[in-house]
Design a protein around this ligand. Structure first.
Ligand SMILES: Cc1cc2nc3c(=O)[nH]c(=O)nc-3n(C[C@H](O)[C@H](O)[C@H](O)COP(=O)(O)O)c2cc1C
Length: 298
């Protein structure tokens, strides 16, 4: 997830559940083509994150071929094409979910990528542009073009993230194609995902992971803040190791704010966490939160 699922966060999720498959933030194939060195930094991953899929977006055959080579050289386990992103900038460039309006181009991209790499190729998309009427046809087209898996976010382009995801059209598509189908949208944790699984082959958890990698526990349970601290510290340390203390502490702030929710006085602590500029300060504030939430009796 753009801005969230970088290498340190993916490693944290794998600590919670080593059996998950991780996916990079979406990365521009054009960017890889023109500035591979810079984009390889964005695609960086640690061996602990395997199996790991690189997610790319774009609409240009040449840049997809170049991206395939970079992903192979970097040692990724698969390549996913983003055909679901609704961001204005992405849609305006006819990338992301805009490709659902040009299915022939979408299928050509899948075919080009599948021919350019031995890695498994998957596609992540939405139900459709304005409705799900062409979802099954899209799934069949993707399969015929060489996709090895398809992941469906159960909302259309026009629906905001807070409307409930629809699963029926995804189950129906699965009945009509042979490749694995994963569902996504509004899943709270593994148990919730299993309830929604139906005839699908798996599911993706997105926003529920923010500040809560414990959604990946096989059996959900209450986690005390004291128990969270070593994980939050590790997350902070890994980000700082990767990006340096100045950038790392800036980038960890949004995660810290997400971790610090759901207890009395959280708001005050969050206003401190958005200003941390060293690992030491992070640990100090976390320690104070732990004492406030679960007082230590001497
Ligand atoms: C901040 C943010 C960034 C996202 N970035 C990506 C991305 O890079 N690639 C992608 O396939 N989906 C991305 N998504 C969409 C999610 O992967 C997911 O499909 C969507 O949030 C619905 O699932 P959820 O309800 O579990 O969050 C993003 C969503 C959000 C809110």
């Amino acid at each position: 997830m753009d801005g969230y699922s970088d290498s340190p966060f993916r490693r944290i999720c794998k600590l919670v559940n080593p059996d998950i498959i991780t996916v990079t933030e979406f990365t521009s194939a054009d960017g890889i083509y023109h500035n591979a060195k810079q984009l390889m930094k964005k695609l960086y991953f640690h061996g602990d994150e395997r199996p790991i899929i690189a997610q790319i977006f774009g609409k240009n055959m040449d840049t997809f071929i170049a991206a395939a080579k970079v992903c192979e050289d970097m040692g990724f386990d698969g390549i996913d094409i983003n055909m679901g992103c609704p961001a204005k900038k992405v849609v305006k460039s006819e990338h992301g979910v805009a490709l659902r309006k040009t299915p022939d181009l979408a299928f050509k991209l899948i075919e080009t990528l599948a021919n350019a790499t031995d890695l498994p190729v998957s596609v992540k998309t939405r139900l459709g542009w304005a409705d799900a009427s062409d979802l099954t046809a899209f799934g069949k087209g993707a399969e015929n073009a060489g996709a090895d898996m398809i992941c469906i976010h159960g909302r259309t382009y026009v629906e905001p993230y807070n409307v409930p995801a629809q699963w029926e059209p995804v189950y129906e598509m699965k009945e009509n194609i042979s490749i694995p189908v994963l569902g996504n949208g509004g899943i709270l944790n593994v148990e919730d995902g299993l309830k929604k699984l139906g005839n699908l082959d798996g599911f993706l958890i997105g926003q529920a992971t923010f500040g809560n990698p414990w959604v990946f526990l096989e059996k959900s349970r209450e986690i005390s803040f004291a128990e969270k601290i070593p994980i939050i510290q590790k997350h902070s340390q890994w980000l700082i190791d990767l990006k340096g203390e100045y950038v790392g502490t800036k980038e960890i702030r949004k995660h810290l704010v997400s971790y610090a929710r759901g207890f009395p006085g959280a708001k005050q602590f969050r206003s401190e966490l958005v200003r941390v500029d060293s690992y030491k300060k992070i640990c100090t504030v976390l320690g104070r939160i732990a004492e406030a939430v679960e007082p230590v009796f001497h």
